[in-house]
Design a protein around this ligand. Structure first.
Ligand code: GLV
Length: 369
């Protein structure tokens, strides 16, 4: 007799990729998917959980809190988030109900880091205004500096705020642009990593790949703000009371004023790390030169957002929370390559017997020790 696998019921709040969901089905799971474009209303999630699903697959669009966990008391065994960030999941509530939740770290480091670098480049070298000029047939003549110039990245200082997985991946790629780095991390300095990058920079200089020796070092946040030509954010969103070092509105009216008027801000982390009203105002008053944003306080970006001000268009690049959206990164069923693969692997690891404290991608391990 073939072994009867337990049949688990899963509700996915979003289609995270057919191949991955089919893998669960092949294992005998019953998988229901909310396959509309927009997220399901919270009461629908609660209804599904109350009906007894064993697992939820969620995305960063779903608020998962005590109401959801209460509905799943005794039946809900895991929440598997298809993202690395999990600020939509209330960790204290998950711990209170002793429900493990998982995420998909690492597999999106490279895609997110390269995207941050590309939007930084697009902003600095004015790729959008240049293309628009050509498309709108306003390119009058080639000219040494008209109608506008961009700013080179080479030789500049990039401040990297948050030097965890994605911040480090960003630095590894940006080294090739021959820049200096200032680093700040509110929680933990990756000193060994910075030393290795410095060695790489020294080697680049010795090999005559660059005419100047570049440097990387940790600095105080205020120094990063003051010295940066580019400031790239790679911190998780932590609100007041969630952590001793909250990151909510880390970039605000006061901190923006510490930056150079020629500086550019890049955000691929979470929208609420930046106070958008303060940023729009700072841009209007030329407190800083520009911003490239992939994430927003409210997503999708509201029609009346001050960031859409046509007067700012040439200096503000806006993207649709797109940084990790590479084909392989989003959809690969290989847990070592794709978010979908890692998401379903984590879910199976918890459901099929792994002790949550031992499952590598469980976030709230503290509730199970
Ligand atoms: C994307 O923003 C993620 O957290 O995975």
């Amino acid at each position: 007799m073939p072994e009867q696998r337990p049949r688990y019921r899963v509700f996915a709040t979003c289609d995270i990729g057919k191949d991955a969901l089919d893998l669960l089905r092949e294992r005998g799971y019953e998988v229901e998917v909310y396959d509309r474009l927009e997220p399901p209303p919270k009461n629908l999630i609660i209804e599904k959980v109350r009906a007894g699903v064993d697992a939820l697959i969620t995305t960063l669009r779903d608020p998962i809190d005590a109401e959801v966990f209460e509905a799943g008391k005794g039946t809900l065994k895991v929440v598997a988030q298809d993202a690395v960030g999990f600020d939509n999941i209330n960790r204290a509530d998950a711990n209170h109900y002793k429900i493990p939740f998982t995420h998909t770290p690492d597999v999106l480091n490279e895609a997110t880091a390269e995207f941050a670098l590309f939007i930084l480049a697009s902003l600095a070298r004015k790729l959008y205004p240049s293309e628009r000029l050509v498309r709108e047939n306003r390119w009058g003549a080639w000219h040494p500096y008209l109608p506008f110039l961009g700013d080179e990245v080479t030789g500049k200082t990039i401040a990297v705020i948050g030097t965890g997985r994605i911040g480090q991946a960003f630095i590894k790629k940006a080294v090739a642009l021959d820049v200096n780095f200032l680093c700040f991390d509110p929680v933990k300095e990756a000193k060994g990593f910075a030393e290795k990058i410095q060695e790489e920079m020294n080697l680049r200089f010795l090999s005559e790949f660059t005419g100047e020796k570049r440097t990387i070092r940790y600095a105080r946040f205020e120094e990063c703000l003051a010295q940066a030509d580019f400031l790239s954010l790679h911190v998780p969103l932590l609100r007041e009371r969630e952590a001793p070092t909250p990151t909510y509105h880390l970039i605000n009216e006061k901190t923006l004023r510490l930056m150079k008027p020629t500086a550019y801000l890049v955000n691929t982390s979470r929208g609420p790390v930046v106070d958008e009203r303060a940023l729009a105002e700072a841009l209007k008053q030329n407190v800083i030169a520009g911003a490239a944003l992939d994430v927003f306080e409210k997503e999708p970006l509201p029609a009346d957002s001050p960031l859409r001000d046509p007067a700012l268009e040439d200096r503000v690049r806006l993207f649709h929370h797109f940084a990790s959206a590479g084909r392989i990164t989003r959809l690969s069923t290989d847990p070592n390559r794709g978010m979908a693969g890692r998401c379903i692997q984590a879910l199976q690891d918890v459901l099929e017997g792994g002790k949550p404290a031992d499952v590598p991608w469980v976030v709230n391990k503290e509730a199970f020790r």
